[in-house]
Design a protein around this ligand. Structure first.
Ligand code: OGA
Ligand code: MN
Length: 280
């Protein structure tokens, strides 16, 4: 196995690995250590069955099942195992086979509105458009480390109210109620700075911008500070942008990264299989 860090603050490419075969304990622990070190791993040229993807993902932790809304239509390239989330714009009889459509997904970390958010997400490319739909990752250790002292000081004790109503592409989740402004958001509250339980490094943990607010701070002041933090932590210098190839498997650490996705042409097909991993 070869680990080649990208020319970016986070992310590395892993070659010499075939995830359709069961990794021995030694290789798995090398891979896991590289993942903790680089936060995002890209493992290209994989040819995986649904079961192989599930079995590999389960070694990272317990899998979170997709909500019913993500599995309304199966078939036409959508996954059929219950552990796999399909991320796709493809429709069968007018019903999407998966989530997120062809829309832009704004910067976020997955499901930060839960009390115990998932630690990892794994995305495996089955079909991709000719152009577009790149996925970018930003390093929340680096963002925190390089923050100007004044700003760093202002967020040392703050806690953020997260919003559970909207997806990363801004659509209302099934069963959720519309949120008029951030004061109406329903979701978990997390400190803005958290210590990663495995690396023991401090990372910025902001979730997403939409309908977020800082606890015990007047709304106007909260909006201003959140805008400042978000425009700082999403700067190019903290980002690795992934251009997909079919067969790429990308696994990211939700505790210390955020990600976004570009929109793409609705006439093109994109089908990704995804798993979401909870702490063991
Ligand atoms: C996700 C996500 C981005 C993409 O699956 O959580 O944000 O590139 N996906 O589809
Ligand atoms: Mn996401």
């Amino acid at each position: 196995m070869n680990i080649t860090p990208f020319d970016a603050p986070l992310g590395a490419k892993v070659s010499g690995l075939d995830l359709s075969l069961t990794l021995d304990e030694h290789s798995f622990s090398d891979l896991y250590a590289a993942w903790l070190e680089h936060s995002v791993l890209v493992i290209p040229d994989q040819s995986l069955t649904e079961l192989a993807l599930v079995e590999f993902s389960q070694r990272l932790g317990q899998l979170e099942l997709p909500p019913a809304s993500e599995t309304r239509a199966r078939g036409d390239g959508g996954a059929s195992l219950p552990e796999i989330w399909t991320i796709s714009n493809v429709k069968v009889d007018g019903v999407a086979i998966g989530g997120l459509g062809n829309f832009e997904a704004d910067w976020h970390t997955d499901m930060s509105y839960l009390e115990t958010p998932p630690i990892a997400s794994v995305l495996y490319a089955r079909e991709i458009p000719e152009v577009g739909a790149n996925t970018s990752f930003a390093d929340m250790y680096a963002a925190l480390d390089s923050m100007p002292a004044g700003l760093r000081q202002r967020l040392s004790d703050i806690r953020v109210q997260h919003d559970s109503a909207y997806t990363s592409v801004g659509t209302l989740r099934d069963g959720a109620t519309k949120v008029g402004d951030a004061s109406e958001a329903v979701g978990a509250i997390h400190p803005a700075v958290r210590t990663h339980p495995e690396t023991n490094r401090q990372a910025l943990y902001m979730g997403r911008r939409l309908n977020a607010s800082i606890q015990n701070m007047p709304m106007e002041q909260s909006e201003g500070l959140l805008d400042e933090i978000w425009s700082f932590c999403t700067q190019r210098q903290f980002v690795y942008e992934h251009v997909w190839q079919i067969g790429d498997l990308v696994m990211w650490d939700n505790r210390c990264t955020i990600h976004r996705r570009d929109a793409f042409d609705s006439e093109q097909r994109r089908i990704m299989w995804r798993t979401q991993v909870n702490a063991r």
